[in-house]
Design a protein around this ligand. Sequence first.
Ligand code: PAF
Length: 291
Amino acid sequence: MAKRVNTVHTVEDLREIVADWRAEGHLVGLVATMGALHEGHTSLIGIALEHASRVIVSIFVNPTQFAPNEDFAAYPRDTAGDNLKVAKSGAHLIYAPNNEQMYASDFSTQIFVGGVSDGLCGAARPHFFSGVATVVAKLFLQAMPDITVFGEKDYQQLLVVKRMVRDLDLPIEIVHGPIVRESDGLALSSRNAYLSEAERAVAPLLNRVISDIASDVGEGRAVAESLEAGRVRLDSTGFLVDYLELRGAENLAPITDIAERPARVFVAAHLGSTRLIDNVAINPSTEQRRT
Ligand code: PAF
């Protein structure tokens, strides 16, 4: 049986443990999560363990990245399951602050990361990336990790965090975690739990459509025509497309010529009441996975 992993709830307790680890010469890694852990998260923990000798998993459902009409209250929470998964993953500590610990009643600081936050999810969820950047900055300053791993599933979030770390000179290395998929291609997400049986059967089409666009464009088909064909497939299968776009993989700038620089196809679409996102690289071998 996997060894139980300790959970701390306060910055003081977290810092005490991290200070001891540092005194022992350990490199510290952090994987930031909102819990309801799945294999996507445990793969990020696995990557963190390749880079650091002590790994913290933070679990905090961050209210400031949800708009009032979004699923903060319904977001899946599974403390017992998360504890087991972290124990099995080999990580060393869970940091699970409560809301009061993270946000004083008169909390009034927000981090806005320009550029990479614009468009895609930033257009549909204008509050989202400042909520993410602010909480991630806090987690970084609380834990002061040497490295952190962010998944490519939330690719725009990954770039927002990278830009923030670069702009604020935070001494943290960011490692990319590749997307983990079900065998039918559906990207793992805590929100997949919301899908009905019928929606779950249709959901893998999202990945098939963007993979087809990536290979068509890679073989020279016009970008606009390819995206339009993909949109028609999604529309006709019951998805409500939020965006379906080709963007530069390094800074999310709109891109029409894939010879210019590495590019990815990005999609967000609603299936019933569930919003799914996914992305695929057009030319993965040209992308940089560490900063
Ligand atoms: O990707 C997530 O789970 C969240 O956005 C994060 C990075 C933990 C911040 O709350």
